[in-house]
Design a protein around this ligand. Structure first.
Ligand code: CTP
Ligand code: MG
Length: 395
């Protein structure tokens, strides 16, 4: 099987962004996440990337830990970079020597707009070439200037491209080229394609999709922040509610919000009769206007006999994700005289958070008795109501 590694260079000092003495640009927050985390999110989740490592500056050890903690299970230990980008890339390549991947994709931490599509395009182009890099055709007219700023001549932009990252290569070939450049005393390559060119390797240009800008100046940081800001503004909150009730029957336990609780009775129902998860599933479906639980999982279908209700909730969450939505919070209220919900509240919150892939702090669980009134008060069953707020792109 062909293996592909990613090397993310993040050892620079960001002097042009004015970050000397302060936080280097790759660790500055962008849309609530460090710049470095944006490309790591794409690379560590990409089906064609097997392993990733970051080249960092020892001075940034704490910043590195904070920015990468949630990806740490998908990252090799970081390695220390050098004085130039070229030296940092070589350090990253050397650190992979024992693993000897077939291909390596080198990416600047300072390019947070990396997309999975671009990674796929660059890796695909590598099948036919020793190297392939993301790039954009030059669209401005190019001028050469004299020292005083007056134009000397206009340069024909036909065939001119701006090199970006990711830059992908056959691993052994680019490692060898980097080693030879270092031995030859050449430390002036600002990208790996330039070094590959010096080594005589054919490298293919891949037109980058989307905006794949590098953050170089403080103005770039501001622009990037503004480019990402509208994405949040165009998410529209949608609310849904759900209600369900199940009758008590013979038994010694009930399932409530994914937690098995010993009880004097069981609950009657086709599935595991988890009245809390049923109400919550309907709340989520309601928020996206996508029918109800009975429509997607008909009680008449024997497939759902005794089924764990987490299946229904996970399906509703998948429907939200398919619409490009995010679950903002969910809230369940039980109406029952017994069993007591309080002791199980935290376990229920954790079960729901796990099924929905959201933080526990976004899950509410509450309960009330009916003061002996009505069918709940007579202990004939348990009811649950739920609400869910979903953020949907308002296309
Ligand atoms: N880089 C690196 N090691 C270096 C220099 C740069 O790993 N010695 C990385 C940077 O962290 C960045 C990428 O290479 O992700 C592109 O470099 P650049 O945009 O030039 O970043 P800096 O060198 O940090 O910025 P500046 O040149 O303004 O100081
Ligand atoms: Mg630099």
């Amino acid at each position: 099987m062909v293996t592909t590694a990613a090397v993310i260079v993040a050892a620079g000092r960001g002097t042009r962004a004015g970050s000397h003495g302060t936080v280097p640009k790759q660790y500055l927050p962008l849309a609530g996440e460090p710049v470095l985390a944006h490309s790591l999110r794409v690379l560590t989740a990409h089906p064609q990337i097997d392993v990733a490592l970051v080249v960092y500056n020892l001075e940034d050890a704490d910043l590195y830990q904070a920015a990468t903690a949630r990806f740490s299970h998908r990252l090799l230990p970081p390695v220390e970079g050098g004085d130039t980008r070229q030296a940092s890339v070589l350090a990253g390549l050397e650190a992979l020597a024992a693993r000897a991947p077939d291909r390596v994709l080198i990416h600047d931490a300072a390019r947070p707009f990396l997309t999975a599509e671009l990674v796929g395009d660059v890796v695909a182009a590598l099948d036919m070439n020793a190297g392939a890099i993301a790039a954009e055709p030059v669209s401005d007219t190019l001028k050469q200037a004299a020292a005083d700023g007056t134009i000397v001549r206009t340069i024909d932009r036909t065939g001119l491209w701006r090199a970006q990252t990711p830059q992908a290569f056959r691993y052994d070939v680019i490692l060898d080229a980097h080693r030879r450049a270092a031995t030859a005393g050449r430390f002036d390559f600002t990208d790996d394609a330039g070094l590959a060119e010096w080594a005589g390797l054919p490298v293919r240009l891949v037109a980058s999709s989307g905006r794949n800008m590098k953050l170089t100046t403080a103005a770039d940081m501001e622009l990037a922040e503004r480019l990402l800001a509208p994405a949040a503004a165009f998410l529209e909150p949608r609310n849904g509610t759900g209600f369900d009730v199940h009758r008590f029957a013979a038994g010694d336990h009930v399932w409530l919000c994914g937690v098995k609780i010993a009880h004097t009775h069981g609950l009657e129902g086709h599935s595991d009769a988890d009245v809390g998860l049923h109400a919550l599933t309907d709340a989520l479906l309601g928020a996206i206007g996508d029918g109800d639980i009975g429509q997607h999982f008909p009680p008449s279908d024997p497939a759902w006999r005794g089924a764990p209700s987490r299946i229904f909730l996970a399906d509703a969450a998948a429907r939200v994700a398919k619409r490009g939505g995010r679950i903002s919070n969910v809230d369940v209220t039980f109406l029952c005289e017994a069993p007591k919900i309080g002791p199980h509240r935290q376990a229920m919150r954790e079960a729901i958070a796990e099924i929905l892939g959201i933080g526990v702090e976004r899950v509410g669980i509450k309960a009330t008795t009916m003061e002996g009134l009505g069918y709940i008060g007579r202990r004939e069953g348990i009811a649950a109501m739920a609400s869910a707020t979903v953020l949907l792109p308002n296309a």
